[in-house]
Structures are given as structure tokens and as C-alpha cells.
Ligand binder design. Structure first.
Ligand SMILES: NC(=O)c1ccc[n+]([C@@H]2O[C@H](COP(=O)([O-])OP(=O)(O)OC[C@H]3O[C@@H](n4cnc5c(N)ncnc54)[C@H](O)[C@@H]3O)[C@@H](O)[C@H]2O)c1
Ligand SMILES: O=C(O)CC[C@@H](O)C(=O)O
Length: 526
């Protein structure tokens, strides 16, 4: 049975799902060196934001197949190191969207009305109404930095509260922003005009210290900033000075450059800075959502199925996976087949996507074909995560073409592999019931389902050849399950595709090519 380590507090709903397929150990107080020492035992690791999954931990995780982040941000995982080792990294892109958006809105209102300090003063026995005079958000301008899932929900609620909306997001179209009721502007305009600025972007090299002393200097003295995205997007020292010196009115922060927040000038500023301990996703609802979402993906990967929200499988989002899932198996099967037909060292793989799969969302099919192609050499070491890297490192050139006009099946794939032993090609399609059909081999039309053990021959189409091959296989105690001949012209060249109940014994291929008329024979195990 597989073993899963849960190293941060995760809702029981997630543990229950994992327990269906694995032994689950919940250890939420491990120090980094303790995690390095035990991670080798586990097939999967499930975390929240508390565990930092470093390269050292990943390298010690020799059995790891998947790291599941119960939340959005994967900045606490060394994703390149995981990719290199073929470990899938998944997250829950939507499970805590509402929770994080509502926390940002709560922070905005709390900051405007001094709720945390007013509450503390009443609890101290005071009744001070002068100190806590606030500001309204109605008719004020909210500048949203990052108009993704959380930013869009914040926009919808803020609009309903009567706020005017500006947004900065270089990756969002003007039409999309207008749909949400936002005017797209550049960061400087947003900084100069907004009364409230809320951040909903990932932390990347481009966004680190996006809010710095220079930008703070452009803001109005009445501006308030909310950060429920990631620590480090704001230069904390510059922010603390700007609020202290009255250059801006205040800030509400849920996330910090280093967490837990150590000694910091942010604590010294008083009622105009509100701090919460990374609570954006901490609602009962969000924790159930993310736990279920990520646990289901870990379960699927441990069962050999693809994950719907893998962050390190190029192009494979949930919507794409839904559409391409049936074709992934086809691509991998054809990759395995053509790799074994080509034998030796493959240098070039031509992939043609035909019919309904000839779209620009087809990159996962290329990855699946490469995974199949490399299976012979790498076995279980190759997977959807590292197939492209492994192919590149082996010097395999990949050429991808698309032809939507081919309509003999709804969608079909044609793979041609060229290596030091020659060139071979296969085509395959899916039938209406999802069954795979091999429809062409080396240019000869066939119509056979793939099977575990197969034999292909290239021969001259002449009487008696099938009988001789059958007798030869019989003499080696190999049972034929099905057989089909594909030819272009009568008595010309032909291929034979045989499904066998047993693997071919060593040495039989050279006997097969001694049969008069048979030029070549290839054994394939799928
Ligand atoms: N505080 C919490 O507990 C909590 C909870 C959930 C999410 N988060 C964080 O909130 C952030 C947003 O999450 P989301 O689900 O909305 O993500 P998302 O991917 O849906 O949206 C992010 C948006 O940022 C934009 N963006 C990327 N780089 C940018 C740049 N350089 N400048 C401006 N915009 C840029 C993208 O185009 C995208 O629209 C993430 O950092 C996530 O980790 C925090
Ligand atoms: O795990 C958490 O509580 C925080 C999650 C949040 O930061 C996220 O990026 O999803």
C-alpha cells in the first residue's frame, strides 16, 4: 500500500480520501531535518503553507510521486527540483478563492473603521469614540492589482458597495476587465488615483517589492493598502515608514516576507496597520474544499491517473484535462509502439495531431507521446512531469504539426520516429466508446486494438506466409489472439499485426525473418 505524509494541519475530509488508497501519517510538527530523514518512506506529501519543501527534502524523497499543496500558492515548494525528479506538484486553484477575497474585504473595512483597535479599547474598559473616527469606502476608488480569481471576486463585492474600480494586470484583456467592471490602468496611475489598493498577484521575481518606497511616494496620504496575497510583494520597511510618516493612511497585511512574522517595525505603527497571521484561507469551508481537492488528486496519481491541477505539467489545466483525457492514453500507447518499432536511439519524433485534437491546447498529448516513447529506456522513471526534459536531454527533436482537416475519425494521432536504425510510423484513433484503434503502421492501413504483446511483420503478400508464421509461433508455444494483414496492393508489400497471448521468447525474431517473404519483424510490449 502507498504511504502519504501530511505535514501541515489538513481537514479530516482530505485524510479520509487519502485513507481509501494509502496509509496516512499526519505529522505536523516536523523540523526540516526530521522531514529529510523520513520522506524517503513516502509516495506522497500533502502540505499547506507551513512546510517549506526544499530541494534537499525533494532529493531525499526517492519514492515521492506527488506533492499536494492544499491551497493556491506553491511558492513554498521547489517546483523546478520536483519537476526534475518527475514529481507532480498539484494545488487547489479555487478551493479558497472566496475565503481569501472575503478576508481582503474584511481587512479593508476593518482598516477604514479601526475595528481591531476599537475592539481592544472597549475590552480594556475604555469608551473612546473620537480616536476611532473612520472613512467610508462608498464612492472611493479601489485599485486591484491582479485580476485573477480572488481579484475578480473582490471586484464584484466592492462594486456592489459602490466603489469605483481600477485594475492593474498585464495579462488580462481590456474586455475581461470591463466585464468585471474594472478600468485597466498601469501601476503608476493605480498608485496615484486609488484610495484603497488590494494585492492579488503571485510572488514572482517581477512582483517582489512591487510596492516599494518609490511607488509609495506616488500615493495619496489617504491611501490604504491591503495585502492578502504574498509577503515580499511589499517592501515592509518602506511601508512601515510611509504609514508612520503619514505618506499613506494605513495598511492591512495577512502575509509577510518571513512567516511567522519575527521582530518587525510593522508592529510599532499603531492602529493604522492591521496584521493577521496568514488567515486568508482559514475558513471551515475553504479548508474542506482544498483538502478534498488536493487529496482527490493525490489519490488519483497514486492510482496511476493524471491530476487535474498539476502546476508542473505544461498546459494541463482542469478544463484541458477533461477534454484531452481520452487521448492521453492513445498518445502514450502510440509513443510506446513507435519507440519499440524504431528501436535504438530515437533522434526525431514527428507528431501530427489530426481532426478535433488539432488545437493549440494539445501540448499534453505531445508530453504523453514522449512519455510513451521513453518508457522503453526509462520505465517508471519517466512521467508526464519530466518527459519533455528527459527527451531534450537525450537530444530528441520534436516536431508538432496539426491538421484539423483529417476527419476519418473524430480525432487521431500520427507519430513518426526516426533513429539510428531507421524511421517508423504509427497512427491511432479513438472509437466512439473510447477504445483505441491502431489504424496505420509504416503507411499500411490496419484496424487493430493494441494488446499487451504484439508482433508486427513487414512481408511480401503471397500465399502460405500466414500459415508458416502461425506454425512457427505454435512451435514456440505462442498463442495468437488475433491477426490482421494490411496492404496497399494485392501481392505487393504488406504488414501483419498480431496480438499474442504470450510474450515472444528470445531469439524467435531471427527465426521469423528466415520465413520466405518476411523481410522484417518487430516485437512490441505495451
Ligand atoms: N492569504 C491567503 O491565505 C491566500 C489565500 C489564497 C490565495 N492567496 C494568494 O493570492 C494570490 C492570488 O491568487 P488567485 O487565486 O487570485 O490567483 P490567480 O492566478 O487566479 O490570479 C493572479 C493574477 O495575477 C496576475 N499577475 C501575475 N503576474 C502579475 C504581475 N507581475 N503584475 C500584475 N498582475 C500579475 C495574473 O494575470 C492573474 O490574473 C496568490 O499569490 C495566492 O497565493 C493567499
Ligand atoms: O494554507 C494556508 O492556510 C494558506 C493558503 C494560501 O496562502 C494559498 O496560497 O492558498
Amino acid at each position: 500500500m502507498s504511504k502519504v505524509l501530511v505535514s501541515d494541519p489538513i481537514d479530516q475530509a482530505g485524510i479520509d480520501i487519502l485513507s481509501q488508497v494509502a496509509t496516512v501519517d499526519v505529522k505536523t510538527t516536523l523540523k526540516p531535518d526530521e522531514l529529510v530523514n523520513i520522506i524517503g518512506e513516502y509516495d506522497a506529501l500533502m502540505i499547506r503553507s507551513g512546510t517549506r519543501v526544499t530541494k534537499e527534502i525533494i532529493e531525499a524523497g526517492t519514492n515521492l510521486k506527488i506533492i499536494g499543496r492544499a491551497g493556491v500558492g506553491v511558492d513554498n515548494v521547489d517546483v523546478p527540483a520536483a519537476t526534475r525528479q518527475g514529481i507532480v506538484v498539484v494545488n487547489s486553484p479555487e478551493g479558497n478563492t472566496i475565503a481569501a477575497a472575503e478576508h481582503a474585504l474584511a481587512m479593508m473595512l476593518s482598516l477604514s473603521r479601526h475595528i481591531p483597535d476599537a475592539n481592544a479599547s472597549v475590552k480594556r474598559g475604555e469608551w473612546d469614540r473620537k480616536t476611532f473616527v473612520g472613512a467610508e469606502v462608498y464612492k472611493k476608488t479601489l485599485g486591484i492589482v491582479g485580476l485573477g480569481k480572488i481579484g475578480s471576486h473582490v471586484a464584484a463585492v466592492a462594486r456592489a458597495m459602490g466603489m469605483k474600480l481600477l485594475a492593474y494586470d498585464p495579462f488580462i484583456s481590456t474586455e475581461r476587465a470591463e466585464q468585471i467592471g474594472c478600468q485597466l490602468v498601469d501601476m503608476d496611475v493605480l498608485a496615484q488615483q486609488a484610495d484603497y489598493i488590494t494585492l492579488h498577484i503571485p510572488k514572482t521575481p517581477e512582483t517582489t517589492h512591487l510596492i516599494n518606497a518609490e511607488l509609495l511616494a506616488k500615493m495619496k496620504p489617504t491611501t490604504r493598502i491591503i495585502n492578502c496575497a504574498r509577503g515580499g510583494i511589499i517592501d515592509e520597511a518602506a511601508l512601515a515608514s510611509a504609514v508612520k510618516e503619514g505618506k499613506i493612511a494605513g495598511a492591512a497585511l495577512d502575509v509577510f516576507e518571513s512567516e511567522p512574522l519575527a521582530e518587525s517595525t510593522l508592529r510599532e505603527v499603531g492602529k493604522d496597520i492591521i496584521l493577521t497571521p496568514h488567515l486568508g484561507a482559514s475558513t471551515t469551508e475553504a479548508q474542506v474544499n482544498v483538502a478534498i481537492d488536493v487529496a482527490e488528486q493525490i489519490r488519483d496519481v497514486l492510482l496511476g491517473l493524471p491530476a487535474r491541477s498539476a502546476v508542473n505539467i505544461p498546459g494541463l489545466g482542469p478544463d484541458v484535462l477533461e477534454e484531452l483525457k481520452p487521448y492521453m492514453q492513445l498518445a502514450e500507447t502510440l509513443g510506446r509502439l513507435v519507440g519499440q518499432l524504431a528501436g535504438g536511439r530515437v533522434e526525431l519524433l514527428n507528431i501530427r495531431l489530426q481532426g478535433e485534437i488539432a488545437t493549440n491546447k494539445s501540448q499534453p498529448l505531445v508530453v504523453a507521446a514522449l512519455k510513451g516513447l521513453l518508457h522503453q529506456a526509462l520505465r517508471e522513471r519517466v512521467n508526464y512531469v519530466n518527459a519533455s526534459i528527459e527527451a531534450k536531454e537525450r537530444g530528441i527533436r520534436v516536431i508538432e504539426t496539426r491538421d484539423a482537416a483529417v476527419r476519418d475519425y473524430a480525432g487521431s494521432l500520427h507519430l513518426e520516429a526516426t533513429g539510428n536504425l531507421g524511421t517508423h510510423s504509427v497512427t491511432g484513433a479513438l472509437l466512439g466508446d473510447g477504445e483505441i484503434r491502431l489504424t496505420n503502421m509504416d503507411g499500411f492501413p490496419i484496424n487493430v486494438p493494441p494488446s499487451q504483446h504484439m508482433l508486427f511483420t513487414l512481408h511480401r503478400d503471397m500465399p502460405g506466409i500466414i500459415g508458416k508464421l502461425g506454425s512457427l509461433l505454435g512451435s514456440f508455444n505462442v498463442n495468437i489472439a488475433s491477426m490482421q494483414v494490411g496492404r496497399k496492393i494485392v501481392r505487393g508489400d504488406a504488414v501483419m499485426a498480431l496480438s499474442l497471448d504470450d510474450p515472444l521468447p528470445d531469439g524467435i525474431l531471427s527465426e521469423i525473418t528466415k520465413v520466405p517473404g518476411i523481410r522484417d519483424a518487430y516485437t512490441v510490449n505495451l
